[in-house]
Design a protein around this ligand. Structure first.
Ligand code: GUN
Ligand code: ZN
Length: 433
């Protein structure tokens, strides 16, 4: 019989969307909890007092004092080749792409640069407690090989794809409709379904793909079961005007993607900051998801994401960092900024909704909730140990808190990579502070 692993600490996980179930029924918390893992999967999670007596005597128990165990964080939108341009000064989206991003992405033609970039990126995800991400590569297939090589070695559940871009971009970053299709197909054959890896058909955004490329992307998306589609939508006003000029025959930005059958389950659109009710209703109706990327939307001056509107329409929403447009790998920091984005619109983000967005909500947005998002038996044992005494201020503030809710809110608002003590993927330790 294979070995059981046991992890003891306070345990918190999400069970449902607080917007649907209410805050009280949206989570389970055990002040002194035990997480049992076997073969990389959750066996059981519950109170230590109940579970400890059921364990064979030889099961080692790792006890984390002053710590909180949560499911691993899920980042539903990030660009691994932009790690080196995070925190670049002074521009909004379209200038930012030309000034910083495209030159940085061009360097990923070199497989050695790609390998180094992939190592740095994955280490940074794990340092921040992110165990699953939906990841943009560059136009170069070797960028995706480099990323998946690292993710496979660590047995991570990751989704990525090669960028499709055949116009309105520098020559050293473009493919063609045909080569983009063929190269993506080869990557799918090589990686999709290997270990815990999934492939995403990745047209950068409507302005950088010809109608022919979008049509082939739609065809490819339907060709293999379980593929993702990952792109950007309605992030910036200048971008939206550009799409209108390039696709005058389409009724709005989303209609461009719909026309080429790039929507539906496992289609993930980053941003969606400027969407009308009709577009939200269509996203919900097709089962598509939006990645809410607060640090990026603020940093690039894109606008304020309307979460209440998405909830009204029943759109699936995950949380994204959008590094390098976003300014942090930490989903705790993203949530801190998300709270402020909603404050500016008279909306609130409760701490349990925050927990949901970073874990189970992300899993649902990605249609991975049968594997990820909480500690129900059989799910992947991807989890993070958060240090409740990580800094003097966090320690002091949490000791004043009179409820779990207050404690969680302060931890999210003040927390970042410093609170991530250890990260586990499929039951294996993959980062230790
Ligand atoms: N839209 C098209 N490409 C990008 C990108 O790389 N980052 C962001 N934030 N938006 C985009
Ligand atoms: Zn992005």
């Amino acid at each position: 019989m294979s070995q059981i692993q046991a992890f003891r600490a306070a345990l918190l996980h999400s069970l449902a969307d607080p917007a649907e179930a209410g805050n009280a029924d949206s989570h389970a918390y055990f002040d002194d909890g035990l997480l049992l893992v076997r073969d990389g999967k959750v066996l059981q999670a519950g109170p230590a007092a109940e579970l400890l007596p059921t364990l064979p005597a030889d099961v080692p128990v790792r006890h984390f004092a002053d710590a909180l165990i949560c499911p691993g964080f899920i980042d539903t939108h990030i660009h691994y080749p932009q790690t080196g341009v995070i925190a670049s000064y002074g521009t909004q989206l379209l200038d930012w792409l030309n000034t910083y991003t495209f030159p940085a992405e061009a360097r990923f033609a070199d497989p050695r640069h790609a390998s180094e970039g992939a190592e740095v990126f994955v280490r940074e995800l794990l340092r921040n407690g992110t165990t699953t991400a939906l990841v943009f590569g560059t136009v170069h297939p070797q960028s995706v090989d480099a990323f998946f090589t690292v993710a496979e070695r660590l047995d991570l559940r990751m989704i990525a794809g090669k960028v499709l871009m055949d116009r309105n971009a520098p020559d050293n970053l473009t493919d063609s409709a045909e080569s983009g299709y063929t190269q993506s197909k080869a990557l799918i054959e090589r990686w999709h379904g290997k270990g815990r890896l999934h492939y995403a058909v990745t047209p950068r955004f409507a302005p950088t793909s010809s109608p022919e490329q979008l049509a082939l992307a739609g065809k490819l998306f339907a060709e293999y079961p379980g593929l993702y589609m990952h792109t950007h939508l309605s992030e910036n006003r200048g971008e939206i005007d550009w799409v209108k000029a390039l696709f005058p025959e389409r009724r709005d930005y989303l209609d461009v993607y719909e026309h080429y059958q790039l929507n539906g389950p496992r289609a993930v659109f980053a941003h969606g900051v400027h969407l009308c009710d009709d577009q939200c209703a269509r996203l919900a109706g097709s089962g598509s998801a939006i990645a809410f990327c607060p640090t990026s939307n603020l940093f690039l001056g894109s606008g304020l994401f309307d979460l209440a509107k998405m909830e009204r329409h029943g759109v699936r929403v995950g949380l994204g960092t959008d590094v390098g447009g976003g300014t942090s790998f930490s989903q705790l920091q993203s949530l801190g900024e998300a709270y402020k984005v909603l404050q500016l619109q008279g909306q609130s983000l409760t701490p349990f909704k925050s927990l949901y967005l970073a874990t189970l909500g992300g899993a649902k947005a990605l249609y991975l909730d049968q594997h990820l998002g909480n500690f129900l038996p059989g799910k992947d044992a991807d989890f993070v140990v958060l240090d409740l005494k990580a800094t003097p201020l966090i320690d002091y503030r949490l000791r004043q808190a009179r409820s779990l809710e207050e404690k969680l809110f302060a931890l999210i608002t003040l927390g970042d990579d410093r609170v991530v003590q250890e990260t586990f993927a499929a039951g294996n330790s993959v980062h230790r502070r």
